[in-house]
Every structure is written in structure tokens, then in C-alpha cells.
Design a protein around this ligand. Structure first.
Ligand SMILES: C[S@@+](CC[C@H](N)C(=O)[O-])C[C@H]1O[C@@H](n2cnc3c(N)ncnc32)[C@H](O)[C@@H]1O
Length: 211
């Protein structure tokens, strides 16, 4: 328990530090949840910058909406940050895995999670392809992928369809789980990615297409 709390604090500090260091104009996050975790950490860091940064955060579950708005209201009211709360699916709906495919992913990593729950969590009646919508219009400096367990590698591949020619900072949470273990394997093999921080929980990598 204590080590879980320590890990949380450590990740929060690292997340804040990297935002302050990169000094981004645009940040994109998948997986807002209640808006009290990473969303708050990133927003607080952006408030410390000397320019107004735009921060897109995407959450698929509409039942969290009121809570998210309540928890982020102070940022929505603050003209030092341009917070865009998006209720929608990160990728095109057609990219969502079937129940059988999720079961297969869980088997591959010997995970005991409930595939049906993963499946239901993302199959919501909301607009889809928000990463595509954003990345067709903007080139973010920082992208943080933290949505459903079975979506991590799918989101990563989709992001790279748009970002392969642009330098950016990629942040992944839950790298030892089904969410991002495959993403990390790719980052380790690809010389355009420089892993700058890596723990059993998270990974931060710099992408530079010119290497
Ligand atoms: C692990 S939680 C995010 C935790 C959050 N970043 C924090 O630090 O508190 C994952 C969230 O992503 C949402 N989610 C899952 N798949 C998604 C998708 N494809 N697009 C957008 N949101 C998704 C879930 O509903 C859930 O609220």
C-alpha cells in the first residue's frame, strides 16, 4: 500500500516536471477518469507556464461527465489555460477490438482482468476518433496515453499514424500491464524514441523522427 502511494506521488512529480521542462503549447491526454489524477497534475503544471497552453483530455464514459466538469471547473474558469474536455472515444470505432480479441490480449499477458468489462467500458454511445480529430488539426508537444487496458497499444499505433514526422514527448501509464507492455517493446526497438524515464509503472520517451 505504502509503495503504491509512493509510486503515485513519484509519477505525479515526474509528470509535473516534464511539463515544466517541455513548456508545451499543446498537450493531449486519453483517459480523464474523474479529472482528479493526471488531468489535474498536467493542468496545474500548465498554469505555471508563461503562455496559455491548450490541453485536450478525452474520456469515453459519459456517466463521468458531471464529476469531471466539477473537478476541473477551476481550470475551465481560468484564462491562463485552454482546457478542452472531450466526451468521446479516442480512436475510430472500427478500431475497437472484439470481445474475443480482448480475451486473446489478456491471455497473451496472462492477465486475469474481465474482458467483458474492458469491452463494455469503451463501447459507449459517444462520438469517436477524437485523437484523429485533434491530430489532423494540431501537432501536440506532449501526448499522454492512459485509457482502457486493452486500448494502449491501439492508441499508440494510431497516434503514430499522425505524429511520425513530428518530434513530441510520449507519456505512458501502466507500462507493466496489458495496456502498454507492447508499446514499450516498440519504443525500445525504435531508435527515434529515446526513453528518458522508465519505471515499473510509467514511461516517458522523446520522439525525434530525424534520428
Ligand atoms: C486508467 S483510467 C485513467 C486514469 C486517469 N488518467 C488518472 O490519472 O486519474 C482510464 C480512463 O480511460 C477511459 N477510457 C477508456 N478507453 C477509452 C478510450 N478509448 N477513449 C477515451 N477514454 C477511454 C475510461 O473510461 C477511464 O475513465
Amino acid at each position: 500500500m505504502v509503495s503504491q502511494i509512493t509510486k503515485k506521488i513519484e509519477f505525479g512529480q515526474v509528470l509535473e516536471d516534464i511539463i515544466l521542462e517541455v513548456n508545451p503549447k499543446i498537450v493531449v491526454e486519453t483517459g480523464t477518469l474523474r479529472g482528479k489524477g493526471s488531468t489535474r497534475i498536467i493542468a496545474n503544471a500548465l498554469l505555471q507556464l508563461d503562455h496559455v497552453a491548450t490541453f485536450f483530455t478525452i474520456e469515453v464514459n459519459p456517466s463521468r461527465w458531471d464529476e469531471i466538469k466539477e473537478n476541473t471547473n477551476r481550470y475551465l474558469q481560468n484564462d491562463k489555460i485552454d482546457l478542452k474536455l472531450i466526451c468521446g472515444l479516442s480512436v475510430p470505432r472500427i478500431m475497437l477490438p472484439t470481445l474475443e480479441e480482448i480475451e486473446q490480449m489478456l491471455l497473451e499477458k496472462s492477465c486475469k482482468f474481465d474482458a467483458k468489462r474492458f469491452y463494455n467500458d469503451v463501447n459507449q454511445d459517444v462520438p469517436d476518433d477524437w485523437l484523429g480529430v485533434i491530430l489532423r488539426m494540431y501537432v501536440p508537444d506532449v501526448i499522454f496515453l492512459d485509457s482502457a487496458g486493452h486500448m494502449g497499444f491501439i492508441e499508440f499505433n494510431y497516434v503514430m499514424q499522425y505524429m511520425s514526422k513530428h518530434p513530441f514527448i510520449l507519456i505512458l501509464d501502466d507500462v507493466s500491464t496489458i495496456k502498454h507492455w507492447k508499446t514499450v517493446e516498440v519504443l525500445k526497438e525504435d531508435s527515434c524514441f529515446e526513453i528518458i524515464n522508465f519505471t515499473s509503472r510509467f514511461c516517458i520517451a522523446k520522439y525525434n523522427p530525424e534520428i
